[in-house]
Ligand binder design. Structure first.
Ligand code: CA
Length: 426
């Protein structure tokens, strides 16, 4: 099916600024509370939130086979479970409804009043009920940096890393939408020198991880796996993802089973899921893979995406400072390799499952995706615009992540992924 929604020449009758993350070519999906406190599934064009439940009830999707309540839900899980054909039909139809040449909704004031909200009238919610969340470790630069810092620079990459998209099962209950504050976690860390007893208290090395996460539809029954060439049709879309990490808790607890409480206290996502379809014009090849992956992970063509990623620190009451500029294309293992690997043992993947990319660090020092790497575990503090310095994240700091793709015709962005750090509970 042609993705007519991606037509770069299409213009909308809504007012959209040139540098908006949400031109009519984006059409992401999210869930929001309206000014009347009704929860609904929606999309966004410019700074307008569009109520898809209302659009559907008023008959604007009559030519698409959808159940009556598909958009009158508090999560996108059922819509995502309907599969790629439905996602495409709906995106294409939304593009048509808001096309400047189409006056049916444009000239219906009563309908517009029910369907279109300004962004400041609504409150974004979590877009999906995340059943399972897996976090990968897919950037070679990040794995090399962390291996050097936590273990041994000579053998920074463990021997399995170049063969397996390494991952672990994360905690879905603490995935929160952008704008939700987080509490500095309390936990155990390594004993101080001369002591046998671990420390227990507020984390002193609180960090962000600049990641993206993809959301899947139902893929396979338990015991079955998928072929890599089919994997992309099961990926609904992507969000920005801040995998908050307490390095002191992590460093003490991670052997031998991996991340646990150093990660599970919170993970923040941007609230609009940008579809893989919308990102299609920005496909690129990922890094060359050497040695060659095993046959079940062998991919061909372009399977990565040129998505600029940024992380900012904003101290309380001050301006923000850009501290990292990375790109999704630096990921060594692609999403389809991660997904294929995930099902290769017969583990079933369901609609609404979320897969974190792992911290996306680039090759240069200003493209590292965590404070751990940017300051080299605190050895090289970062100077912020207000003159203060950071080794890790202070109480009161807001971490802001942004991501966008751009070519000479269209810019597709993700909006903000923000979270403010509150002091630990006493
Ligand atoms: Ca992570």
């Amino acid at each position: 099916m042609k993705i007519t929604a991606n037509d770069p020449n299409r213009k909308t009758w809504l007012t959209v600024s040139d540098n908006s993350d949400f031109p009519i070519q984006n059409i992401p999906f999210g869930v929001f509370l309206t000014r009347d406190d009704i929860i609904t599934i929606g999309t966004r064009i410019g700074d307008f939130a569009i109520d898809l439940g209302a659009l559907h009830q008023l008959g604007y999707f009559s030519e698409i086979p959808l159940t009556d309540d598909i958009f009158l839900q508090d999560t996108l899980n059922d819509f995502i479970a309907d599969g790629r054909k439905t996602w495409r039909l709906v995106r294409n139809r939304i593009a048509e409804i808001f096309d400047e040449k189409n006056s049916s909704l444009k000239e219906n004031m009563a309908h517009k009043d029910k369907i279109i909200f300004s962004m400041d009238e609504i409150e974004m919610q979590l877009p999906v009920d995340v059943g399972d969340y897996t976090d990968f470790y897919a950037s070679k630069e990040h794995a090399t940096n962390v291996g050097s810092l936590f273990r041994d620079p000579e053998n920074a990459l463990l021997p399995n890393w170049l063969h397996i998209p390494i991952g672990y099962h994360g905690r879905s209950s603490s995935i929160i939408p952008s704008g939700t504050p987080i509490r500095r976690p309390i936990g155990q860390s390594r004993p101080s020198e001369g002591s046998d007893t671990p420390n227990f208290g507020p984390s002193r090395l609180l960090d962000f991880e600049l990641e993206m996460a993809f959301i899947t539809t139902d893929i396979n029954h338990l015991g079955n796996s998928i072929a890599i060439d089919d994997a992309k049709s099961y990926i609904f879309g992507l969000v920005l993802f801040n995998d908050w990490s307490a390095r002191d808790i992590q460093g003490w607890e991670y052997a031998p089973l991996g991340p646990f409480l150093g990660k599970s206290f919170a993970s923040t996502i941007s609230p609009w899921i940008v579809t893989l379809d919308a990102l299609k014009p920005f496909k690129v090849k990922g890094p060359k893979q050497d040695p060659k992956p095993l046959p079940y992970l062998k991919q061909s063509g372009k399977n990565s995406y040129d998505i600029h990623l940024q992380a900012f620190i904003q101290p309380e009451g001050k301006e923000e400072t850009l501290v990292s500029h990375s790109n999704f294309k630096y990921m060594y293992w692609t999403m389809i390799q991660q997904l294929t690997h995930h099902t290769s043992n017969g583990c079933n993947i369901r609609a609404g499952d979320m897969m974190g990319s792992g911290t996306i660090s680039g090759p240069t020092k200003d493209s590292y995706g965590s404070m751990l790497e940017l300051t080299w575990r605190g050895q090289n503090p970062i100077k912020l615009n207000d003159g203060s310095e950071r080794k890790f994240i202070d109480d009161g700091d807001t971490i802001i992540m942004r991501g966008y793709c751009a070519n000479n015709k269209v810019r597709i962005g993700f909006g903000n992924c923000t979270g403010k750090v509150l002091p630990a509970l006493k």
